[in-house]
Design a protein around this ligand. Structure first.
Ligand SMILES: O=P(O)(O)O[C@@H]1C[C@H](O)[C@@H](CO)O1
Ligand SMILES: O=c1cc[nH]c(=O)[nH]1
Length: 312
């Protein structure tokens, strides 16, 4: 291949110097919405004391794709992945290739998400030890060339435990490690009664949720199966940290006020930021603003701005 066009990122190995732009990346963080990931980029910038080069602002490097958003903060790359397995799968293919082209060394991948708790109240964290599909099967099934390909959805146990150990007594959330059910739909796929269609009743739903609960599944979301399977297949250390928006044993609707939900969405970020700081050798409970790191490549943001702008 002469050049590799990372179409949905609006980047390419021929049009961009991917080594210059991304070789320092050590942590790749992704979550559903552009807003959340922009907030995380700003948060991690404060946490690790990273300073953007003078006169530059945080830029969505992939804004020309109109698909995903992408922010770079020193060694941390932040993406929005949209909703569901197809969306996160396409992104992962391109991010994994990006890491390869950029010659990044053993980057760790995180998904910072939201989920429905199974027996866990809203506003608490679940770290996935592995993922299962809506049939409780522990692998991603994908039709490839007319045949079903199965890839195990395994996550790094050590990383999950390391993250859990970063929980502090005065955190406003609990942290549990367990299995995650990843579905292809938010409504019927997760046994909700409040979708546009529903061919089952409350008793059927509760019997399914009990089966899920009895299988030690702590939460439901819509990306972990693919995220775990593709990272495991690529040999990438990966973790999924989600905040529960509700306890599904008590209801279906996400009725918590928006301000509270926004606060809760920060909880996975707090834990992952602690991990990143620890890996970078920074103290994890002292604000870093007064101790800015030297910017490794002061020309970087300007360069990203120019290259993104010139990409067609
Ligand atoms: O990371 P997010 O909050 O997008 O993850 C879950 C799973 C689906 O993408 C979405 C459904 O509301 O939230
Ligand atoms: O119940 C929920 C909440 C967030 N995301 C999901 O996929 N399910």
């Amino acid at each position: 291949m002469e050049q590799d066009i990372l179409y949905h990122l609006a980047l390419g190995s021929g049009s961009h110097d991917l080594v210059e732009m991304f070789s320092e990346i050590r942590f790749v963080c992704m979550g559903g919405t552009p807003k959340r990931m922009e907030q995380f980029a700003n948060f991690i910038m404060d946490e690790i004391g990273y300073k953007l080069p003078a006169g530059t602002t945080l830029l969505d490097i992939s804004y020309r794709s109109y698909r995903y958003s992408m922010y770079k903060v020193g060694p941390v790359l932040c993406f929005s992945h949209g909703m569901g397995i197809p969306s996160v799968g396409i992104l992962l293919h391109e991010v994994i290739k990006l890491m390869y082209h950029a010659k990044c060394k053993d980057p760790i991948f995180f998904r910072l998400g939201t989920c429905g708790g199974i027996g866990i109240e809203g506003g608490n964290l679940v770290i996935s030890e592995s993922a299962v599909d809506g049939m409780l099967q522990p692998f991603l099934e994908l039709p490839v060339l007319g045949k079903l390909k199965r890839r195990p959805a395994i996550l790094d146990k050590q990383l999950a435990n390391d993250l859990k150990n970063l929980h502090m007594d005065d955190d406003p959330f609990s942290v549990s490690v367990g299995k995650t059910m990843c579905t292809y739909d938010f409504y019927e796929g997760q046994g909700r009664l409040d979708g546009a269609f529903c061919d089952y009743n409350e008793a059927d739903k509760l019997s399914f949720l009990k089966k899920v609960h009895d299988a030690n599944i702590l939460n439901m979301e819509m990306e972990s199966l693919c995220f775990a399977a593709l990272c495991y297949h690529a040999g990438i250390k990966a973790a999924v940290v989600c905040v529960t928006l509700l306890n599904r044993l008590h209801g279906d609707q996400v009725s918590t006020p928006k301000e509270t939900l926004n606060k809760w969405q920060e909880y996975p970020q707090i834990l992952v930021a602690r991990y990143i700081k620890k890996q970078l050798g920074l103290p994890i409970n002292i604000p870093q603003r007064e101790h800015p790191q030297v910017v490794k490549n002061p020309k970087h943001a300007q360069m990203v701005r120019q290259e993104s702008a010139s990409f067609e």
